[in-house]
Design a protein around this ligand. Structure first.
Ligand code: MTE
Ligand code: MO
Length: 260
């Protein structure tokens, strides 16, 4: 794979970017070429600074070469979900697992791993940055989220994409508050490098790293990269989900927008 030309890193604050995400809600063509994106920005009546911000958020994260891959990519958070339902799926090699794509979509989908492998894919070697201060470089292959959302057809009201996971990271929290989940806006959902990965370093995604499917959202920190994804839900607001802050760690004080 050839590395793309280097891109300027975002100088803009997460707050500005997340406000922009709200402004842009409903645009489902953000993965198109820069000229189209700039045109969309103008159509939305945004300022020149906001247009630059959109183009900036669409820029690719740095990609690396095979020789750069970390020999020992760290696993963090849940490494083996304890839920019996998940354990049963591991035993059968996820044969009965289906990814649900629902919420504010025209055509809800239930996709097997074979279905996902038949969808438009992308492979990328990127650096994962955890908020705890460590980084690892890995190669990820997965289905492009933009293509899956186009297939399902987002409704006009859709603003965010929520990823519901199989693991209960906080066993003491009641109901869905203990389950891992994450959310991103449509700018990141349609970003070229945003994929639902089923392979890591050329192998089937290991349990420790989120089997059978995990999010890669390369312009954000590690905790946004939901592992053990079971369901992708399009919503207008995440205020009613779990603690209402858009993610497991966000409900515990982390920033919702964790751009890098
Ligand atoms: N479902 C789920 N996703 C998760 C986590 C988790 O505990 N559960 N931890 C997050 C954090 S903090 C990081 S740094 C990465 C770690 O991914 P890795 O185990 O592949 O390194 O997953 C993120 N996604
Ligand atoms: Mo992390």
């Amino acid at each position: 794979m050839t590395a793309p030309p280097p891109h300027r890193r975002s100088l803009l604050t997460g707050l500005g970017a997340s406000l922009l995400g709200l402004t842009l809600a409903g645009c489902d063509q953000l993965n198109r070429n820069p000229a189209v994106k700039a045109g969309l920005a103008r159509a939305e009546g945004l300022t020149q600074a906001a247009q630059r911000l959109i183009l900036n958020r669409s820029a690719l994260a740095r990609e690396f070469e095979s020789k750069d891959i970390s020999p020992d990519f760290r696993a963090n958070g849940t490494r083996r979900p304890g839920e019996p339902a998940y354990q049963a799926m591991v035993e059968t090699g996820f044969a009965d697992w289906r990814l649900q794509i629902d919420g504010l979509v025209e055509r809800p989908l239930a996709l097997s791993l074979a279905d996902l492998r038949a969808r438009p894919a992308r492979t990328q070697i990127t650096r994962h940055d955890c908020v705890e201060g460590w980084s690892s470089i890995g190669q990820w292959t997965g289905a492009r989220l933009s293509a899956l959302l186009d297939e399902a057809g987002l409704k006009q009201e859709a603003r965010y994409i929520v990823f519901h996971c199989a693991d209960r990271l906080d066993p003491n929290a009641a109901g869905d508050r203990g389950l891992y989940y994450e959310s991103i806006d449509l700018v990141d959902a349609f970003h070229e490098q945003t994929i639902l990965a089923y392979e890591m370093n050329g192998q089937t995604l290991p349990v420790a790293h989120g089997a059978p499917l995990r999010l890669r959202v390369e312009r954000q920190l590690g905790y946004k990269h939901a592992k053990y994804v079971m369901r992708v839900e399009a919503v207008e607001s995440f205020a009613q989900i779990a603690g209402g802050q858009g993610g497991f760690w966000e409900d515990r004080g982390y920033e919702w927008y964790a751009g890098i």
